[in-house]
Design a protein around this ligand. Structure first.
Ligand SMILES: [Cu+2]
Length: 161
């Protein structure tokens, strides 16, 4: 019986190892790897323009204040984030196309955690910050990708010229 148990444990351990190996050999999860669609992570030792962004809930809507930010190409911005709502919210900086794709995958996995250079998840009353260098010109956005929140109004536009 003891031998059998040991064999069983060894089998489970082997299976776990194979699963882990498969997971790490799979294609990289796009939003957690390498390049970012809206520019690049900033350098906190260099000067940044401060932009305060507050997350609020009001009359059934969920909003970012402000919901539009204009940036000069190659400008570095420090987003000072504050969640003033009663719910958890996110701030994910990307192109609209990337955020929509990401939102689809969050519908399948709503508890997906974000602690990427281009995104933060904030508990109610929590503050956080993101330093970002807008090295690409174009139209970008910040959005909360928790299912239903983007639809409720949590989108902000970023114009980089
Ligand atoms: Cu939200």
């Amino acid at each position: 019986m003891k031998t059998l148990n040991r064999t069983g444990i060894a089998l489970v351990a082997t299976l776990l190892l194979s699963v882990t190996a498969l997971a790490s050999e799979g294609p990289p999860d796009q939003h957690h790897e390498g390049s970012f669609s809206a520019g690049q992570p900033g350098d906190a030792t260099k000067p940044s323009r401060i932009v305060q962004v507050t997350m609020i809930e009001s009359d059934g809507k969920m909003l970012f204040l402000p919901n539009r930010v204009e940036v000069k190409k190659d400008e570095q911005v420090k987003f000072m984030l504050r969640n003033n709502g009663e719910l958890v919210h996110e701030f994910i900086l990307a192109t609209t196309a990337e955020n929509l794709k990401h939102a689809e995958s969050m519908k399948k996995n709503p508890d997906m955690e974000h602690d990427d250079a281009n995104g933060k998840r904030l508990a109610p009353k929590q503050t956080d910050e993101i330093v970002w260098k807008f090295s690409k010109a174009g139209d970008f956005e910040y959005s909360c990708l928790i299912p239903g929140h983007r639809e409720a109004g949590m989108i902000g536009t970023i114009v980089v010229r």
